[in-house]
Design a protein around this ligand. Structure first.
Ligand code: AHM
Ligand code: MG
Length: 343
């Protein structure tokens, strides 16, 4: 019989997943639901970016010393606004905010923590290239409620995330998420006329090995010998091992990651000596690497800092940067062998 409805909505899917966990209270569902509302609003704004007078930079510099674009600010605010009132969070951490974000006293607090990059790849906003929102959700460990005492609860290894994922604002808007623990990775596409995310990519699995390598080769002169040897490996012809790989790099993490997740391959942002203030490269552990690392693990892939699993790193600070090798398991394990000097 032909399907009469619209298929499985994201809310239905989250509820189904929650029912499999006896300890679930429904609070987590509320949390993801509000995040989805925020993402729909961001998606709407991104889609009209060329039309509305919202483009261009605000002239402010964020705490990472980068120019903040108006849509970054907007996305940050909309997520905070939508999430703060639901009574499920004790605090939030955003790429755009130096400190933890407290829950206003007029709202109840809960036991979850959300960390997010509200609009990643912001330098691509002006040129109609896909950008995204990345998020990771944790449960707090202590009974603290004071914002000044919550940092320890926030700085948990990525493996502790109870959910993680991203929204990609591309030719269509998608949400890809996992709740960890072998539940898999699922992708939903926003159906504009219905206003809902519908299941379009069930149980995404990344190929064990890919054909694509994604890296900013403009950083060549800032890389060390091991990194250079790894890049040479991907480019060298060797029919038996399927080389050379194909190079694909957009410069928008969510877009580069999403393509490699579906097609297989490796995304890399190695450590470099370009800026003495950022010896670990550009990407952030908490808001970028960890959420994508949980997604890739659940899809059968792997994420490493070149020496070991990203998900095992004990974070020291909210805005910590980390070298990132992420994608097909065999490709990332090979990269790890090069970077840690085993090849
Ligand atoms: P952003 O969070 O300020 O947008 O920066 C992160 C972005 C990622 O999306 C992307 O992978 C990376 O910066 C690209 O950096 P580069 O231009 O150095 O290659
Ligand atoms: Mg970012």
């Amino acid at each position: 019989m032909a399907k009469q409805g619209v298929g499985i909505t994201i809310t239905q899917h989250i509820l189904n997943q929650q029912r499999q966990k006896p300890e679930a209270t429904g609070g987590f569902t509320t949390l993801l639901y509000e995040l989805i509302v925020a993402a729909k609003v961001i998606s709407r704004e991104v889609n009209k970016a060329g039309l509305a007078d919202i483009l261009g930079s605000t002239g402010k510099i964020n705490i990472q010393d980068e120019q903040v674009q108006k849509l970054d600010v907007f996305s940050d605010q909309i997520i905070i606004e939508r999430m703060q009132h639901i009574g499920q969070l004790c605090c939030m951490g955003s790429e755009e905010d130096a400190d933890l974000i407290d829950i206003p006293s007029k709202y109840p607090k809960g036991n979850y923590i959300i960390v997010f990059d509200p609009l990643d790849g912001s330098s691509n906003i002006d040129v109609n290239v896909s950008i995204g929102t990345i998020f990771g959700i944790y449960k707090k460990k202590s009974s603290e409620t004071d914002i000044d005492l919550l940092m320890n609860d926030v700085l948990q290894p990525g493996l502790s995330q109870v959910a993680a994922g991203y929204f990609i604002y591309g030719s269509s808007t998608m949400m890809v998420y996992t709740t960890g623990e072998g539940t898999g990775v699922h992708g939903f596409t926003l159906y504009p006329s219905v206003g809902e995310f519908l299941l379009s990519h069930e149980n995404i699995r990344i190929p064990e090995r890919g054909k694509i390598y994604s890296v900013n080769e403009g950083n060549h002169d800032y890389w060390d010998e091991k990194t250079l040897a790894l890049m040479d490996y991907f480019k060298t012809t060797d029919k038996e091992s399927g080389r050379p790989y194909t190079s694909r790099y957009i410069g928008s993490l969510v877009a580069d990651f999403h393509r490699n997740l579906l097609k297989g391959g490796i995304f890399m942002y190695p450590a470099d000596n370009k800026d003495p203030k950022k010896p670990s490269g550009k990407l952030r552990l908490m808001v970028e690497a960890n959420p994508l690392a949980l997604v890739i693990k659940e899809a059968g892939g792997y994420a490493s800092d070149g020496h070991g699993p990203i998900l095992d790193i004990e974070p020291k600070e909210l805005h910590q940067r980390v070298p990132l090798y992420i994608g097909s398991k065999e490709d990332v394990e090979l990269a790890e062998r090069f970077i840690s000097g085993k090849i």
